[in-house]
Design a protein around this ligand. Structure first.
Ligand SMILES: Nc1ncnc2c1ncn2[C@@H]1O[C@H](COP(=O)(O)OP(=O)(O)O)[C@@H](O)[C@H]1O
Ligand SMILES: [Mg+2]
Length: 330
């Protein structure tokens, strides 16, 4: 399979997510301002942009945790805003979502964590579930850690376990929010390779939110760059690469928005978006893109500090998190 499956001649049946002119306001702040793009089967779309530009909000619309004030979000042929809770949950069964920490239940082994999803959502016999768990752990190369508890495994292994769990129900679409947050570069590169490999092998669509450029350029078939809640650029990875590598002495040939994107792509690759260093040009990037500099510390996404608010209007994320607390406290 080619790593660039996006062609203009592809038919609409390949579209699994379609966002059309999505507007979302929180109070008097317009967070999404007419977002339009598609995601197709077999491709990895990376949504990127500075902190606060609307990446996570976009993702939350795609999983039906938020409804748009204007515009539509169609996922697997259904307009999510028109679905009742049961139908929405039916659509969500076809999603795999990888949370930042893997969000594993600490009181359960890796295998039990994966099995739980199958027990909750299927009527399968224990022996079949057992076998399916082995298959999922094999996919993420984690068979040997099946009987380990989350506290006994590394950050990278936790991500793999989270991924195995996300894959448990054979999803059509995988969602990741900042998948390499908190990982060292080597581990993060390994997770990137695994994500690319799985997307192509399983033929799923993957949507990845990240502000880490190295990772974005490794995994993306296509990139969607957001800025102040608008799509600044939506193009195959190669076009973004060309822009990133655009020679500085020919910069005048680029229009203003392309220059902005080039700056973002180059600046971020050098680290100012992910680590706030004295004397770095992070304040420039912040200024340019309207990013809150105080959020650019430690390579962590701002999302982890906003758990309560991220819970979402429909209670979907809250449901998952509160269940985690219950199970964890057993
Ligand atoms: N539930 C909410 N209520 C109010 N403001 C929100 C909410 N969710 C996000 N925001 C605001 O919307 C903007 C975009 O947030 P988000 O999509 O999380 O950005 P990011 O691109 O960093 O993921 C930010 O200014 C954030 O503070
Ligand atoms: Mg975010």
């Amino acid at each position: 399979m080619t790593s660039q499956p996006i062609q203009t001649d592809q038919t609409d049946k390949d579209v699994v997510i379609s966002m059309r002119n999505v507007v979302k306001r929180f109070g008097d702040q317009t967070v999404l301002d007419g977002v339009t793009f598609d995601v197709r089967r077999g491709e990895t779309v990376v949504i990127m942009g500075g902190s606060g530009c609307g990446k996570s909000t976009t993702l939350r619309h795609m999983v039906g945790a938020l409804n748009p004030d204007e515009g539509t979000v169609e996922v697997l042929g259904r307009d999510l805003a028109l679905l009742d809770e049961d139908s929405l949950n039916g659509v969500r069964k076809q999603f795999g979502i990888l949370f930042q920490s893997g969000a594993l239940f600490n009181s359960m082994t890796v295998a039990e964590n994966v099995a739980l999803i199958l027990e909750e959502h299927t009527e399968l016999d224990a022996s079949i579930i057992d076998m399916m768990v082995k298959i999922k752990l094999e996919l993420v190369d984690l068979r040997d850690a099946a009987e380990k508890y989350p506290a006994q495994i590394s950050g990278g292994m936790k991500k793999r376990a989270g991924l195995a769990r996300a894959l448990a129900l054979d999803p059509e679409i995988l969602f990741y929010d900042e998948p390499s947050a908190g990982l060292d570069p080597v581990t993060s590169a390994a997770i990137d390779r695994l994500m690319v490999d799985l997307t192509h092998r399983l033929g799923v669509a993957s949507v990845v939110v990240t502000h880490e450029m190295d990772s974005a350029f490794t995994i993306a078939d296509r990139m969607v760059m957001l800025h102040h809640g608008r799509v600044l650029m939506n193009a195959p990875r190669a076009e973004f690469e060309a822009l990133r590598d655009w020679p500085v002495d020919q910069i005048g040939a680029l229009d203003e928005s392309k220059q902005l994107i080039r700056q973002f792509l180059r600046g971020d690759a050098e680290g100012p978006m992910t680590e706030h260093r004295e004397g770095s040009d992070s304040s420039y990037a912040a200024d340019l893109l309207g990013i809150d500099n105080s959020k650019l510390t430690g390579g962590r996404s701002v999302q982890s500090t906003r758990g309560a608010r991220e819970s979402g209007e429909t209670g979907f994320w809250r449901g998952i998190f509160s269940r985690q607390v219950q199970k964890g406290g057993k």
